[in-house]
Design a protein around this ligand. Structure first.
Ligand code: MLT
Length: 245
């Protein structure tokens, strides 16, 4: 099996995604927010790239059940219902709702990966469940796509992807062919083992702390807090896919 890790969304060679199982990793915070929304009973998530994509979609949804969520520069988008802090996505806020989510990097990486055979949202919170899920379909090729930040590498995404590489390598019985990103991520995750520190010290972590989101850093650092595996089918995480366990 081929196991490839790309350290940021722009690094993925065009056409290389078709027919592969893709895990989009955006620890801070899009993936963590979606996993938390699933945990708390969201009915459907529609990840979109642009703010205008979200506002265009909103009037087509049943008003009382629709929520607009997301961020630009870490802050809630004007006129939206929620920002991108996973802690806002309580069961009171999201249960039974359709969430349209637009974030700077995470939802962009998801929409760019639409050609994947299976498209999964992963982070520290659901790391073990994602690995078990992706291996259960006996894939020929897995792509771990770190969203990064504005075209640059994000440490927390790389360490999370690296931990997935290590876990897949431990669990998979057959021959594995790793690209350089997977080798590098796996090695890094073997040395940077204090996940709380990784997330706090990362540049995105420091920025979020400055904006007052310290609690998010702690929350997003927790490994295997959730067994939800959000799977994007036809651009939506919905119905029984919303919280595959
Ligand atoms: C992203 O998509 O890059 C993140 O969700 C940004 C953030 O929450 O600060």
């Amino acid at each position: 099996m081929e196991l490839n890790l790309y350290t940021r969304a722009g690094e993925l060679p065009e056409g290389n995604i078709k027919g592969t199982h893709v895990v989009v990793i955006d620890v801070l915070r899009a993936s963590s927010t979606m996993v938390q929304a699933c945990e708390n009973g969201v009915e459907r998530i529609i990840p979109v790239a642009g703010v205008e994509d979200a506002t265009r979609l909103a009037p087509t949804l049943e008003k009382k059940n629709a929520l607009l969520g997301g961020e630009r520069d870490g802050r809630m988008i004007e006129g939206f219902d929620l920002g991108n802090s996973p802690l806002e996505y309580t069961s009171k806020a999201v249960k039974g709702k359709t969430l349209v989510l637009s974030t700077s990097n995470g939802t962009v990486a998801i929409t760019q990966s639409a050609a994947a055979k299976e498209l999964i949202v992963g982070c520290f919170l659901n790391l073990g469940a994602v690995v078990a899920h992706v291996l259960s379909s006996r894939p020929k090729k897995i792509t771990l796509l770190c969203a990064g930040n504005q075209g640059r590498l994000s440490l927390e995404d790389l360490v999370c992807g690296g931990l997935m590489v290590r876990k897949i390598s431990e669990s998979f019985g057959g021959k594995l062919v790793l690209n350089d990103g997977a080798l590098a991520g796996g090695a890094l995750a073997g040395t940077m083992t204090d996940i709380g520190e990784v997330v706090r010290e990362s540049s995105h972590g420091r920025l979020l702390a400055e904006l007052g989101f310290e609690a998010d850093l702690d929350f997003c650092s927790r490994i295997d807090r959730s067994t939800s595996v959000p799977v994007v089918v036809d651009g939506r995480i919905s119905g029984e896919d919303a919280c595959r366990r």
